[in-house]
Design a protein around this ligand. Structure first.
Ligand code: MN
Length: 274
């Protein structure tokens, strides 16, 4: 049975103090995604738009499965590489978000990520980050060299270690249970670099609607002096994942038979393409 149209959402964006907006987003049907084109690269805006475009066909579908999302990520990566070829320069973008999928007959959020835009789970006003940044400071945190709090103000916090368009067709993904009274918040670093997680939770949790939440969060980033383009998508669901499979955090990784050593393999391969 199809779990048609059980998700909805809305997005907002602002150029902030930058000369142009290189972020892109789509919140339509089952698809809720944000992409942040690389600053300093030619065609950052074109790169983020190409990545988002790869998800547009899924937006009109009644039923999306995890394999469809994987195919869209591959298409997004190819689309960004094509932008780079046309521009004659390296081109890249982050991409993160949540797609409402059917898996083993039940509704799930499939959360995907490449780069340092973030997807959060919001219960009440409590914000919990689902994605793990592909960033230099996240590597320092993982190695125990700095704390998560220190990472927020580290001078190298903008250096990302993976992007769509870097030649490595890989992404992180989780299956997140769909629970009542919860929202997902998806944002570029123009929000998370300027507004604390506590404030994001309060603003989004107290908003009247997804659209209201997205607009208020963009306003909060501007008020707190963001130095970057700001893009926010807020989504929620009317379905509920079957309780016996709905184990919240730790989120189930996708694919589920993923080898724990995959990150190491990725790092090795990455060196060979640089
Ligand atoms: Mn940004």
């Amino acid at each position: 049975m199809a779990v048609a149209q059980w998700s909805s959402g809305a997005g907002a964006t602002d150029t902030g103090p930058r000369p142009r907006n290189e972020d892109s987003f789509l919140s339509s049907g089952p698809v809720h995604v944000v992409a942040d084109g690389m600053g300093g690269h030619v065609g950052g805006a074109a790169a983020s738009a190409a990545a988002i475009e790869a998800f547009r066909e899924l937006a009109s579908r009644d039923t999306v499965r995890p394999a469809d999302v994987s195919a869209a990520m591959t298409a997004a990566h190819a689309g960004v590489l094509e932008v780079g070829r046309r521009a004659g320069a390296e081109s890249g973008t982050t991409l993160t978000g949540a797609i409402a999928v059917e898996h083993e007959g039940a509704p799930w959020w499939m959360v995907v990520n490449v780069g340092d835009s973030r997807t959060f789970h919001l219960a009440g006003t409590h914000l919990h980050q689902i994605t793990v940044d592909h960033s230099h400071v996240q590597q320092l945190v993982d190695a125990g060299e700095i704390t998560a709090a220190e990472a927020e103000h580290h001078p190298d916090r903008h250096i990302i270690t993976r992007a769509l368009g870097d030649g490595l067709d890989q992404f992180d993904a989780w299956l997140v249970p769909v629970l009542p009274e919860t929202r997902l918040v998806i944002a570029s670093d123009g929000l998370t670099g300027a507004v604390s997680a506590d404030l994001i939770g309060s603003v989004a949790g107290l908003a009247d609607s997804d659209a209201d939440a997205a607009e208020r969060l963009v306003e909060a980033a501007l008020r707190h002096g963001t130095g970057d383009n700001v893009t926010v998508v807020v989504a929620h669901a009317s379905a509920v994942t079957t309780p016996d499979t709905a184990v919240a955090d730790p989120w189930r990784r996708w694919p589920e038979d993923e080898d724990e050593d995959d990150d190491t393999v990725g790092a090795d391969r990455r060196e060979s393409v640089e």
